[in-house]
Design a protein around this ligand. Structure first.
Ligand code: ADP
Length: 437
């Protein structure tokens, strides 16, 4: 039997005993029922007294001691004391945990903002308050896109693609660059992580400026040297100096190409804003590139163009031309005279695709992920021989990135390579089927 059950038996026995005593007294007094009623009345009065004591204690629990009750009332008091102790223990534990959590998030070097499904601020830590100039009283409950109105941030927040952070320039209270990254959790809840990347952005800008300035400064003296070398090379009186002068001309040509490519890359990088969206005639561009390849003294035997779509590409013509010509140039450069190059343009629901396939030497698999790094070459000797700057694919990658596109490289060693530029659907001017037929 449970302790509650035992107490109930005791109480019943005690009530019955009190009634029996009441009945006995009544019997002696000549009225049994009067004795029983008196016993009931006394028992009821005692219970009401206990109830009053309990009520008073529950109201003043923090200052008053628990009543010294017996029987069932004692059990009730003991239960209440136990529940109260357990509640206090859990409350203290939760408070301690919350305090620790607050202290640790305050010490975090990154900002954290908790958002509800509507994008309203539920909570933020000290670093987030510092980066966004938030105040606990005024900004809790406000929508984050009302506070950070930068269009890139708003697009990122509503875009739902959170795998990469977005870097945003904030002007309040001082100019700062902040990387925002959303982490989704629970049901539509979002955690916004913020990191101050001002130093990294400024260093990157300094690097870009340095490369652009250095390339620009080197261009003029190099033009002078190249000019003199050209004059010398047409002077037949130089005799045995002709060979070294020819080599010096080759090297200055290479340097000029590297500087031109560095300047081109800097130009693409200098402006990160939206690019001009004009329709580009891909067919015309591909035909011209083919003609350029065939005009070279040494070129692959077959250069074919397959334009499978009349849809135009929307973008910056100079940038796209640079990307496409670098790919065609590489294919022509690395493919032997008996090989072939195929240029193809097609569109589908995934967007526009421009590929350059060759039957050249191919690229070993381990080099493919690094090909678009600046100055990365599979075979440095061969690349120099062909006059490569090592910047061509970096230019392609950057030009595509600016158009929201990406470069795909497939290659089988000894069989050839395919470089495909993938552009998103919003970069394609889809023409009605009848018009393109
Ligand atoms: P480079 O000016 O040296 O050609 P790129 O950035 O254009 O520089 O290319 C990087 C490297 O990728 C090249 O050095 C070359 O080794 C390799 N590569 C590029 N295109 C091809 C191709 N079509 N076939 C074989 N290798 C290629």
């Amino acid at each position: 039997m449970t302790s509650g059950g035992t107490a109930f038996v005791y109480v019943t026995v005690r009530v019955l005993a009190a009634l029996a005593i009441g009945a006995a007294i009544g019997w002696f007094a000549g009225n049994v029922w009067l004795g029983v009623s008196g016993a009931f009345a006394l028992y009821l009065a005692w219970n009401l007294w206990q109830l009053r004591e309990l009520g008073f204690w529950l109201q003043h629990r923090s200052v008053a001691d628990p009543p010294n009750a017996a029987g069932l009332w004692g059990d009730v008091v003991a239960q209440v004391v136990r529940l109260h102790r357990r509640k206090r223990f859990h409350k203290e534990r939760l408070t301690r945990l919350f305090r620790e959590l607050r202290r640790s998030t305050a010490a975090m070097p990154d900002g954290v903002v908790m958002l509800d499904p509507q994008g309203e601020i539920v909570w933020f830590n000290r670093k987030a308050a510092e980066l966004l100039d938030l105040s606990r009283r005024a900004d809790l409950g406000l929508r984050i896109d009302n506070l950070v109105r930068n269009p890139d941030f708003v697009r990122y927040l509503h875009g739902g693609q959170y795998s990469l952070p977005v870097v945003v320039r904030l002007d309040t209270p001082v100019e700062r660059f902040v990387a925002f990254q959303v982490i989704s959790y629970g049901e539509d809840q979002r955690l916004l992580m913020l990191r101050d990347v001002t130093r990294e952005v400024r260093l990157e800008q300094m690097r870009k400026d340095f490369v652009a300035n250095a390339s620009h400064e080197l261009r003029s003296p190099l033009t002078v040297v190249a000019g003199y070398l050209e004059t010398f090379s047409s002077d037949p009186g130089l005799g045995e100096l002709m060979a070294p002068i020819a080599e010096m001309r080759r090297q200055t040509d290479r340097m000029t190409r590297i500087i031109e490519d560095l300047l081109e890359l800097s130009r693409f990088e200098a402006n990160d804003g939206p690019i001009r969206g004009l329709p580009i005639d891909v067919a015309g561009m591909a035909a011209l590139l083919r003609k350029d390849v065939l005009a070279r003294t040494a070129h692959p035997r077959q250069v074919e163009v397959a334009i499978e779509s009349g849809d135009a590409l929307i973008g910056d013509e100079a940038m796209v031309q640079s990307a496409f010509s670098n790919l065609v140039d590489n294919a022509a450069k690395y493919t032997p005279a008996e090989g072939s190059v195929f240029i193809r343009w097609w569109t589908d629901d995934d967007g526009g695709h421009y590929s350059v396939r060759d039957t050249g030497p191919g690229i070993p698999e381990e080099h493919i992920p690094r090909l678009t790094e600046r100055f990365y070459r599979v075979d440095p000797g061969r690349s120099r021989e062909t006059g490569g700057s090592g910047l061509g694919l970096a230019i392609v990658k950057h030009a595509l990135h600016r158009h929201g596109g990406r470069l795909q490289i497939e290659s089988i060693e000894g069989r050839g390579s395919t470089f495909t530029c993938h552009f998103p659907p919003d970069r394609v001017l889809y023409r009605p089927a009848a018009a393109s037929a």
